[in-house]
Every structure is written in structure tokens, then in C-alpha cells.
Design a protein around this ligand. Structure first.
Ligand SMILES: NC(=O)C1=CN([C@@H]2O[C@H](COP(=O)(O)OP(=O)(O)OC[C@H]3O[C@@H](n4cnc5c(N)ncnc54)[C@H](O)[C@@H]3O)[C@@H](O)[C@H]2O)C=CC1
Ligand SMILES: O=C(O)C(=O)COP(=O)(O)O
Length: 620
């Protein structure tokens, strides 16, 4: 089975030209942002940014809609589905049309979403697969104004090439302070005593509490919030232990906390505070089985996610005294049903998901998420991306010409595959570099190779978010290899090679001695260039389209081809001829700014000395 659908059939001579790519993405972008992969139908709705002469950005529209949108000064549209701090809204409004639409039903959200480029939510909005499907490819960024992203279907986001960013730091202290507030309020029955006094009672004996000092607190999940809780709890005189399978021992040591296995942590604790994310592994982690292991009379605080606790099992444990008290900020279903036994339980203290709700945290989160969403819409790689590699800006700017090179080489390579044969073998990407592998992050380059290979032969749009997913889904087997070269590590890469194994070539000279289609490129003076085809060296800038000809080396060939192209007003940007020996076979690589007409290419093909040739389109 062909793993990729075959490229449209282009016979060698005469050459038939069909448009290879029904997409509208530009491939000259230094980085293809989420925005850079908008499908043609959605472009009509969303094409706002103009790819002018500035190569640093970014956009991707169909020409007419882009020009119209640019002329109209159109901005992207951001829908803010939950209350967001004013400072964040102000930032967003400088850049985008902002629609604050709170309390939408799932149906209303789906109805609006196809008109939006970005969506900002907190924990109260479920961003489901239905939302991504309803967006029809327009939604390019989901911003979660907070930490937990369990309300966003990340798989569906990734599949639709939508970047998800969060605001992971601004509410840490607020959540930690709330955990401490619940811990102390629970231990001293503050909420119940308050309600009792307000009801006209004076029940001093009923609300005798328990002390914290000298007791053991198990912090379950020793991340940002957990470690801040631990710090504060130590200040209250608690002995703090923690359980976190992924936490670095150093971090725990720095706070003076011992990391313990799960069973040890839960069985030694007088208090347990939950700070792990809700994931398939942590879902209902605190269940009947766990409650069977705890110290009788343990007290539990949950400021993480309701789903981490099996709520029915907790009610049972509260009823039988296994758990003396619980203080809960979060619930499996929010808001919980009015008659929830858990919420109504007299030994339970509750708050309505207030962990992040301080003035300070909300301003901070709003600014953090606004900046992340704006950056993502501008095409910058987000530092808080949840479903894409985080590539620091300095790495991104350094790799920028190589990113373009990687995509162009992918585009070239796939167009060299003979129609109908598909890519059955492994796609090998070889990087030669003088850098230590740890200093060379190739995820971005790999994504762009995949983009280059997949987009010309499908209507799928590929970006850094969905590249690996798309490649896996299409059965593309990609392997990466690094060759260390002695040289200056200042330059990130010497060359990128793409080898397509087990394929038939449309241009026989593109086959290496090993029988693979092989193309190699380098960056020279900041410009990506094609430097090898098959086993022959060429040198042609990858800024336009490329014609490759195999010919018998003889005088006048450059002139003949050049004058055919010139006569048809096709601007030649570069020509290079490589040959094995004088008057034997040679390969001519011609860079052309425009796409020549079919008959112009035919005229080239009819030159008697030309044995085979191929036109390779590097732009959509
Ligand atoms: N109630 C509220 O308003 C708020 C709730 N949260 C919740 O708190 C959670 C933690 O937030 P951060 O500390 O900022 O996240 P974080 O990512 O810094 O920390 C989470 C920690 O949990 C650990 N973990 C993962 N699986 C685990 C497991 N099976 N057992 C034990 N530990 C495990 C991770 O290794 C990580 O160290 C968030 O995921 C969110 O659900 C966060 C902020 C506010
Ligand atoms: O950041 C988190 O994970 C939170 O739970 C905070 O939720 P919120 O933004 O207040 O709905």
C-alpha cells in the first residue's frame, strides 16, 4: 500500500502541469505558525494578515482575500468565553477584535467558533472535539487562562493543528494560599462555626478543632503549587512529605521535603493535600482502595481537580470515619448538584473553585494568557504551548532559514517521486552539524520536512502542532540521523539531506547510488539553497521554483534554456550546471521566479540534448 497518496502524475516529457497543492500556505515563512496553515475554505473567513515583503511573518491567505483583508485593516477575532482580568483584555484589544461572550452553552460556542481565530477559557468551558470540528480549521489558538487543561480536548486540538497555550505560573501562589486557607479553616471548623454563629448559636464545644503543629502533611503532586504549599506548611510547623513520581529530588530537598512512594505518603499522613493534574492516571486515584490505606481520621484538602477523588468513595470514607474531614475547592462536576451528599456533608468544607481567584492572580493570568495568545497568533512559538514543542525565541530565530530549507527540501523530494508509486519506505532526514546533539533541537525542522512532504500531495495542513500526528496518521516513517562534522558550532547546521527510500523517481538523476531519492540543501548567506540532487552537486537558491534538467554536456545549453524562459518572460534567478566529466552527462538546475507555462516547459523538453527534466514547484 502506498503510504502517501501519489503526487499528481507529471510525466517527464512532455510535462503535464497540474497545480500540486490546493492549499494556500506560503512556504517562504521563516516559521509557519499555527496561522500558517489555514485551509482554503476557512481563508475566506479568516485571512487577516498579509505576507508582505517581510519574510519574518507569517500569513497565508488566498491572494484576493488577503489583499481585501489587509486593505480593510482586519484583525483576528478572539472570543473570551470566561471572565478575564482587564489588563489582559486591554492587551488583546490592541491586537484583535475581542468578543467577551460569557456563559455560552456548548451549542452557542460551537455556533460562534468558526468565526474566531482564538478562544480564551478558564476551567468552566469544555473545549471539546465538537468545538474543534465546528471551527472548520479557523480556530488556531486556545488559551487556557490558568493551569489545568483537562477541560480542553488536546488530542482533538492537535489533530486540527490548533495550538493550546496556558498560563501556568500566575496563579500558583493563589492556589497554594487557598490550599493553606482550606487546611487551616478545616482544622478549626471555621466555615461551620461561622454559619452556626450567624444562625444565632454559640457552640464552643461543638467546634473544637485539631492542631497542625507536629502533624504530617502529605503533598500529593510536588509541582509549582504543591511545593509552595509545602513551604508554607513547614512554616506552620507541619512535617511535610510528598509524593510525585516525576518531581526532581533536588527540588524536594531544597524545600526540605522527603519524596515518598504513594502508599507510604498516604499511610503516614495526618493531612493530605492534592496538587496533581487530572489525567487518565490520576483520575479517581483517591478511591476505596486508597482510602483503605490511609491513617484513620486523615483530613484531605483538594485544590487540584475534583476528578482525582472518587467522590462516592470519599462520602463513604467520611461516613465511616476513615476520613475525618475534607476541604474541597474542586468537584467532578462543576457546579456540583445542589443535593450533592459530599457538598452537604457536615465534615466537608467547600469553596466554588476559588483557588485561582485572587485579584492579583487574575490580573497576572489575564496578562500571561493574552501575551501567549497574541504571540501565537503572530506566529511566534509559545513558551507555554501545551501541545507543541516549546522552542525558545533565540533558537527559533537561529533556525529560521533552516526551517525554510527543511520545508523546501521536503517539497522537492516528494515532487521527485514518480506518480502512483507513493512513499513506501522510510524518509530519512540527515543533519550534518558541528553542534553537540543536545544543542540542536530538530523538532521544528522535522515538522517542516513533514509539512513539505505532505502538503503538496494532500489537502492536510501541517504545522508544528500537528506534524508528528499527521505523519503518523499517514503512515510516513521518518527517521532522523545526525552526522557530526568538525567545524564551527556557531553555525547550527551544515546541511540537511532528505532520502526517500524504496520509491520510483520522476527524475532518474535524483536517485543516489543507493537507489534513494536524495536531495541536500544548505543555507548560504541566510538563503536556503539546493546543493545536491541524487549524487550530483548543484547550487540553486530555493527562493523560487526549480527546473532540473539532465542533458548531454555541450556548449550553448544554458543559453538555449535561458532564452526560451526569457522569451516567455520567466525570470531566471539562478542557473548551475554540474557534471561528472566534460561532454558527458550534466545536470542543470535553474531557479525561476515564476511558474512557466506548460508549453514553455515543453519547449525546454524538446531541446534534443535534454534527456529528462522536471519542474518543481516550491510555492503553493
Ligand atoms: N483550584 C484552582 O483554582 C487551581 C487548581 N490548580 C490545579 O492544580 C494542579 C497543579 O498545578 P501546578 O502545581 O501549577 O502544576 P504543575 O504541573 O507545576 O505540578 C503538577 C505536579 O503533579 C505531578 N504529578 C503528575 N502525575 C502525578 C501522580 N500520578 N502522582 C503525583 N504527582 C503527579 C507532576 O509531576 C507535577 O510535578 C493543576 O493541574 C490544576 O489542576 C491549579 C491552579 C488553581
Ligand atoms: O488554573 C487552574 O488550573 C484552575 O483551576 C483555575 O481555574 P479558573 O481559571 O479559576 O477557572
Amino acid at each position: 500500500m502506498a503510504l502517501l497518496p501519489p503526487p499528481p502524475s507529471h510525466s517527464l516529457r512532455p510535462l503535464t502541469l497540474t497545480s500540486l497543492n490546493p492549499t494556500t500556505s506560503l512556504s517562504s515563512l521563516s516559521f509557519l505558525p499555527p496561522f500558517a496553515s489555514i485551509s482554503l475554505p476557512s481563508i475566506r473567513l479568516s485571512s487577516h494578515y498579509h505576507h508582505l515583503s517581510n519574510r519574518s511573518l507569517r500569513f497565508i491567505p488566498s491572494a484576493s482575500s488577503a489583499i481585501a483583508a489587509a486593505a480593510a485593516g482586519a484583525k483576528p477575532t478572539v472570543i473570551v468565553a470566561e471572565k478575564l482580568g482587564d489588563a489582559g483584555l486591554a492587551l488583546l484589544r490592541e491586537f484583535a477584535n475581542v468578543d467577551c461572550a460569557y456563559n455560552l452553552s456548548p451549542e452557542e460556542l460551537c455556533a460562534k467558533i468558526s468565526l474566531c481565530d482564538a478562544l480564551i477559557v478558564r476551567s468552566g468551558t469544555k473545549v471539546t472535539r465538537d468545538v474543534f470540528e465546528a471551527s472548520k480549521g479557523r480556530l488556531k489558538v486556545v488559551g487556557r487562562a490558568g493551569v489545568g487543561i483537562d477541560n480542553v480536548d488536546l488530542q482533538a486540538a492537535t489533530e486540527s493543528g490548533c495550538l493550546v497555550v496556558n498560563a501556568p505560573t500566575a496563579n500558583t501562589i493563589a492556589a497554594a494560599e487557598h490550599a493553606i486557607a482550606l487546611l487551616t479553616a478545616m482544622a478549626r471548623n471555621v466555615a461551620a462555626a461561622d454559619a452556626s454563629l450567624k444562625a444565632g448559636k454559640w457552640q464552643r464545644n461543638k467546634y473544637v478543632g485539631v492542631s497542625l503543629v507536629g502533624k504530617t502533611l502529605a503533598v500529593m503532586g510536588f509541582g509549582k503549587v504543591g511545593s509552595e504549599v509545602a513551604r508554607r506548611a513547614k512554616g506552620l510547623g507541619l512535617h511535610v512529605v510528598a509524593h510525585d513520581p516525576y518531581a526532581p529530588v533536588d527540588r524536594a530537598r531544597a524545600v526540605g521535603v522527603e519524596l515518598l512512594p504513594f502508599d507510604d505518603a498516604v499511610s503516614t499522613a495526618d493531612f493530605i493535600s492534592l496538587h496533581m493534574p487530572l489525567t487518565p492516571t490520576t483520575n479517581k486515584l483517591f478511591n476505596e482502595e486508597t482510602f483503605a490505606k490511609v491513617k484513620k481520621g486523615v483530613r484531605i484538602v483538594n485544590v487540584a481537580r475534583g476528578g482525582v477523588i472518587d467522590e462516592e468513595a470519599l462520602v463513604q470514607a467520611l461516613d465511616d470515619g476513615t476520613v475525618a474531614q475534607a476541604a474541597l475547592d474542586v468537584f467532578t462536576e462543576e457546579p456540583p448538584p445542589r443535593d450533592s451528599r459530599l457538598v452537604q456533608h457536615e465534615n466537608v468544607t467547600v469553596t466554588p473553585h476559588l483557588g485561582a481567584s485572587t485579584m492579583e492572580a487574575q490580573e497576572g493570568v489575564a496578562i500571561e494568557i493574552a501575551q501567549a495568545v497574541i504571540g501565537a497568533l503572530k506566529g511566534e512559538l509559545a513558551a507555554t504551548a501545551v501541545n507543541a514543542p516549546m522552542v525558545p525565541p533565540e533558537v527559533l530565530s537561529e533556525l529560521s532559514p533552516y526551517v525554510t530549507l527543511a520545508e523546501k527540501l521536503g517539497r522537492l523530494a516528494v515532487q521527485l517521486v514518480s506518480g502512483g508509486s507513493g512513499i513506501k519506505g522510510v524518509v530519512k532526514v540527515v543533519y550534518t552539524s558541528s553542534r553537540d546533539p543536545d544543542d540542536l533541537d530538530t523538532r521544528l525542522l522535522r515538522a517542516m520536512v513533514i509539512k513539505g512532504i505532505v502538503e503538496p500531495i494532500s489537502s492536510v495542513f501541517v504545522n508544528i502542532v500537528n506534524a508528528d500526528y499527521v505523519s503518523k496518521q499517514r503512515g510516513l516513517r521518518l527517521s532522523e540521523e545526525r552526522i557530526f562534522l568538525d567545524g564551527s558550532p556557531e553555525i547550527p547546521l551544515q546541511s540537511i539531506q532528505i532520502h526517500l527510500g524504496n520509491v520510483e523517481a520522476r527524475f532518474a538523476s535524483a536517485l543516489s547510488d543507493a537507489g534513494d531519492i536524495r536531495v541536500e540543501g544548505r543555507v548560504k548567506d541566510g538563503i536556503p539553497r539546493l546543493t545536491m540532487v541524487g549524487s550530483l552537486s548543484v547550487d540553486v537558491s530555493l527562493e523560487g521554483n526549480v527546473i532540473l534538467c539532465r542533458q548531454v554536456d555541450q556548449p550553448g545549453m544554458i543559453g538555449r534554456v535561458g532564452s526560451i524562459l526569457g522569451g516567455k518572460n520567466v525570470n531566471v534567478s539562478f542557473m548551475s550546471v554540474a557534471r561528472n566529466a566534460p561532454r558527458k552527462q550534466a545536470i542543470m538546475a535553474i531557479g525561476v521566479d515564476e511558474e512557466p507555462e506548460k508549453e514553455t516547459l515543453q519547449m525546454i523538453g524538446e531541446i534534443p540534448a535534454i534527456e529528462e527534466f522536471v519542474f518543481l514547484k516550491l510555492y503553493s
